[in-house]
Design a protein around this ligand. Sequence first.
Ligand code: ATP
Ligand code: MG
Length: 301
Amino acid sequence: MSARTHAPSDQDWTDPDWLDDPWTAAEPRRRGRKKPVGRRQLAQLTADEDSEQDDVIRRLKDLGHITEVVAELKSGKEATAYVARGPRGSVLVKLYRDLQARSFKDDRVYRAGQVILDVRAAKAMHNRTRKGLEMLQQDWVLSEYAHLWTLWTAGLNVPEPLAGPHPTAYADTIPAVLMRLIGTEDHVAPRLSDAHLTPEQARSAWDQSLDGMADLLRLGYAHGDYSTYNLLWQEDTVTIIDFPQLSTRQNPHFQGLLARDAQSLATSFRKHGIHADGQSVLRDVQRRALGPAPEPRLLLP
Ligand SMILES: Nc1ncnc2c1ncn2[C@@H]1O[C@H](COP(=O)(O)OP(=O)(O)OP(=O)(O)O)[C@@H](O)[C@H]1O
Ligand SMILES: [Mg+2]
């Protein structure tokens, strides 16, 4: 297994080197997104798509995390999102695809600076052997959980993780990540990229999105894919999602990732009538990061 080390979170937010990173993000990353497929009922899925996912779903039921899967919400490049029911309400099951079918092309940028103490594991991951891919897949899913727990307990607007907090508890759900569904079964929260906003709502969504990026930065994180595609809109509130690639300053590309996030946010908000440039967004976010943090959430036993 891999061993991560994490950078301390005492970042110097005023560091002038930030925007001079050689790995630059002048162009926001395009992820070849599919259009939303809508909510296909599970009965309509083909046997092929079903088989592997069925095994995981069965395991999640056996573990008592869910009682029923209601519908497939969205099939993305890396994962399929399902709406399910569980003992604590509606669940979003983010089920990562078979590791062979996944592209790890983009992972290297986010993994840079990561220390893998086990030399054989590091080699297998580097060479993308079957075992190495399996480790990468596990690490990716575990990272998403770990980040969700950190951010949720710190009081950020992210979905509540529904397995854990101890890693042995959430490791049992690999390759799925379980979190609270934002919205309801019948009205799942849209992404900000799909939402229709009044000018007033657009200003509020923009303001909340800047605060959200600042909240991450205050904790020492760059999201790595921060745009309206990974922000949900529910009851006039923005919720941040999609965390496997979160980076710390330990990553040599940290500054570039931050700059790219700022640019992606600005670009993706244009359709809502907000016009800002990446550099001013980054300055605004840095300023906000010096302000007060959200109220932490208590983890009751
Ligand atoms: N907690 C949640 N509540 C409601 N919807 C969610 C939640 N988490 C994710 N979704 C929906 O599932 C989709 C996929 O989730 P996510 O962005 O985490 O995965 P992804 O691998 O980036 O997929 P994609 O390539 O489709 O963006 C989101 O775009 C959003 O529509
Ligand atoms: Mg996403």
